[in-house]
Design a protein around this ligand. Structure first.
Ligand code: NAP
Length: 319
């Protein structure tokens, strides 16, 4: 099978195409013929060990797991003897989480993973695009204790996390202001944003409105500036906080009693099923920017690392 590996940390060019044996599922695993995966923002950060501290988890001298990729979307092709939840031929999608390994034609994964049946309303590419940003958005929104008609400003609204946050916040009855570049105004409006603002001018404008939730998706604005827009008793969400910002946020929470949410999310099957149901009802639709072939993974990583994708980037794997 075709696999994209990274044997060393570094630029996109460390990604290489290799031929591996097709894996055999263990007793509690299913083998998925993977039709699509995605290149998520976390992938290029792991590839180049950014921040360096990430090496403590992913391997100090070289990557412990040479295959990146969280998102899986394909068909169950073999099942272990103890598997009861899935059968051969099932269309499935979901996330391999920190097990990774989805940049491959076949993936073996525990049946208890964050994997669910792909309904007819979701295409294979959408199945690959959905888990990363949408599970992140939903997990953080659940931590905000949202009430109908509250106001929320979403900074970095055109990102993978942002495009999902807009739609979910609207579903929860929130009045949404989306901050993105002018070129993405139409996109975020189409997803339901009530108001839009240009990120180029956002901080220079005398914008003194305050919001019940300040939802920072892309880690591009400072905590100090975010707090200027937070209502008393409101919640600040820092999806893409750096380690330094996490310490800063923890200190502010402790000393000023401000509710700040940050840190890694918990990907759950319950939330994946919730997003699946919303998609089936036409309430939610994952945004796909463009797709690349598995063989052009280097190009895909360059594109995603540049930081201007709209929503998600999908990888096509030979069917
Ligand atoms: N806490 C967690 O567990 C968790 C989970 C998932 C992701 N994350 C983090 O969340 C962050 C977002 O991930 P993502 O995949 O959603 O990002 P992404 O899709 O790669 O973000 C790209 C988008 O950011 C926009 N952008 C770039 N510069 C901006 C700025 N200065 N102001 C506002 N928007 C700007 C770009 O718009 P333009 O093209 O118009 O510039 C583009 O649409 C990452 O830092 C990721 O590591 C954290």
């Amino acid at each position: 099978m075709k696999v994209i590996t990274y044997r060393n940390y570094g630029p996109p060019e460390v990604l290489k195409l290799e031929e591996w044996e097709i894996p055999t599922p263990k007793k509690d695993e299913i083998r998925i013929k993977n039709y699509n995966t995605a290149v998520n923002s976390g992938d290029w950060r792991i590839r180049k060990a950014d921040p360096k501290l990430a090496k403590l988890y992913f391997g100090i001298f070289k990557p412990k797991k040479p295959v990146l990729g969280l998102s899986i979307s394909g068909v169950v092709e073999a099942v272990g003897e103890n598997v009861t939840k899935f059968k051969i031929g099932d269309k499935v999608f979901g996330s391999a989480g920190m097990q990774m390994g989805a940049y491959a034609e076949y993936v073996c994964i525990k049946e208890s993973s964050v994997i669910t049946i792909l309904p007819k309303e979701i295409s294979f590419p959408e199945g690959a695009a959905l888990p990363f940003g949408s599970l992140t958005a939903l997990d953080f929104l659940q931590k905000c204790n949202l009430q109908k008609n509250q106001t929320m400003i979403i900074y970095g609204a055109s990102s993978s996390v942002g495009t999902a946050t807009i739609q979910l916040a609207k579903h929860f009855g929130i009045v949404v202001t989306a901050v993105c570049s002018k070129g993405n105004f139409q996109l975020v409006k189409s997803l339901g944003a009530d108001f839009v603002m240009d990120y180029e001018t956002f901080f220079s404008e005398s914008h003194n409105k305050k919001y019940d939730v300040v939802f920072e998706c892309v880690g591009k604005s400072s905590i100090t500036s975010n707090l200027l827009h937070l209502s008393e008793g409101g919640v600040l969400v820092l999806v893409g906080a750096s380690f330094k910002e996490m310490f800063q946020a923890a200190w502010i929470s402790l000393t000023k009693h401000i509710n700040i949410k940050f840190g890694p999310i918990a990907e759950t099957l319950e939330n994946l099923n919730f997003l699946t149901e919303l998609t089936k009802k036409g309430i939610f639709k994952v945004v796909i920017d463009r797709s690349f072939r598995l063989e052009t993974m280097v190009e895909a990583h360059r594109y995603v690392e540049a930081g201007h994708k709209k929503g998600n980037v999908v990888i096509e794997i030979t069917k």
